[in-house]
Design a binder for this molecule. Sequence first.
Ligand code: FES
Length: 150
Amino acid sequence: MQEKNVSRRGFIKWITGGGIVAFLASVFFPVVKFIIPPESGEANVSQVKLPFGRAEIEAEAKKSKTFKFGRSLGIIVATPEGELKALAAACTHLDCTVQHRPDLGIIWCSCHNGRYDLNGNNISGPPPKPLEQYIVNEVGDEIFVARETS
Ligand code: FES
């Protein structure tokens, strides 16, 4: 009689424990999946084709457009000489997105008044280093932007 009670009690403990474990797993698994970022196939992008052409860049008031370069942003600028310059758009100070100021002839970061020339060299303000410069290739109406390989 005593043995039957123990085995029934053990079964109930086993079912209860299993239920608790299953409940905790169902609650924490989605939380853990949310916290850990998924691996991205875009991390090591070395070249992108822009979804717009020279005409769209030159039609913009700021003579520039931003584009996705892998997981980061780039900026492409039409210079007064008709050249296209592409740079990383994240300011090297605190990662704000930079913009072209054709009125001043610079790339400007509005967060802390950081200034770069059109080659991405930091010329004043807090940015500690230049913006990464990309290679621009125009093939017909298409524009390809590539990271320099060293
Ligand atoms: S983030 Fe650009 S100057 Fe500070």
